[in-house]
Design a protein around this ligand. Structure first.
Ligand code: G3P
Ligand code: CA
Length: 262
């Protein structure tokens, strides 16, 4: 079986900034994405949620509790219970170790604003997060790819990779356009490899269970392996030695240093 995927053809190991440079900056803010790119990230990651008025926004959690601050009526509870206008009154950079600091003016970005900011200058690794029937998260995302002329470069150059823990979400996208590169988030084993090769270009497993045997098996099936979320230098080094094709990390700088030393 010949593998013609761009990443495998060039034999690179991709530096995927998990929620942006999410140790140094508040996750999923422009500050986090900008910083990740200065650190050498090949991809910036987006997790998608949807507002009550149907807009794709970039946030990891389904609720606003952990990373969002502001007026309680707008900035507490579930993301899908708020309009975009409500969410835009909130800060996405005033929590945890960032509280009161340099990033309190950061807002929750929409997916469209991310495309408007970076256009074709970066690569995107976008997760359909807990998609629910009737939300049409997948169709909304593909419409945005078309609006920002990213569909063809997603196909030819993997400028956009789409990931999900939900195989049905990926199969929905595959049915809409079988050329789009899709990555299933889940265990790396012979069963998952056989399943994902029907619609995807890769598997993103939690890094702890990754073995050389299963990386080799995935490669034999022309699937890439992108483990998450690999943060210590020792773990990053170990994943590189196992021959993975890239990894999600909160520390794009650490991965970039090790890739530069290879
Ligand atoms: O998408 C890869 C990794 O981000 C999966 O975990 O929970 O951080 O989205 P999570
Ligand atoms: Ca994710």
């Amino acid at each position: 079986l010949a593998c013609i995927a761009p990443a495998q053809a060039s034999a690179v190991q991709l530096n995927i900034a998990h929620r942006g440079a999410s140790d140094a900056r508040p996750e999923h803010t422009f500050a986090a994405y900008d910083h990740a790119l200065t650190l050498g990230a090949d991809y910036i990651e987006q997790d998608l949620q949807i507002t009550s008025d149907g807009v794709l926004v970039v946030m990891h959690d389904e609720t606003l509790t952990r990373t969002v601050r502001g007026p309680a009526e707008n900035c507490t509870g579930r993301v899908d219970s708020k309009t975009l206008a409500q969410l835009k009154t909130c800060s996405a950079g005033d929590w945890g170790k960032f509280a009161g600091g340099a990033y309190v003016s950061e807002k929750i970005p929409t997916m469209e604003e991310v495309f408007q900011r970076y256009g074709k200058t970066v690569n995107y690794y976008i997760e359909t997060k807990q998609p629910e029937p009737g939300e049409n998260m997948e169709a909304k995302l593909l419409a945005l790819l078309d609006k920002y002329d990213l569909r063809e470069s997603a196909v030819t150059d993997w400028q956009v990779l789409i990931q999900s823990f939900d195989a049905n979400s990926l199969k929905t996208i595959h049915a809409m356009d079988p050329r789009l590169p899709l990555v299933f988030l889940g265990s790396l084993n012979p069963t998952s490899i056989q399943a994902v090769r029907e619609y995807g270009v890769g598997i993103g497993p939690s890094f702890g269970g990754v073995t050389k045997a299963n990386v080799d098996l995935a490669h034999a099936a022309c699937l890439n392996v992108h483990p998450y979320t690999v943060n210590t230098t020792a773990d990053i080094q170990r994943m590189l030695e196992l021959g993975v094709d890239g990894m999600f990390t909160n520390f794009a700088d650490r991965l970039e240093t090790l890739l530069g030393a290879k």
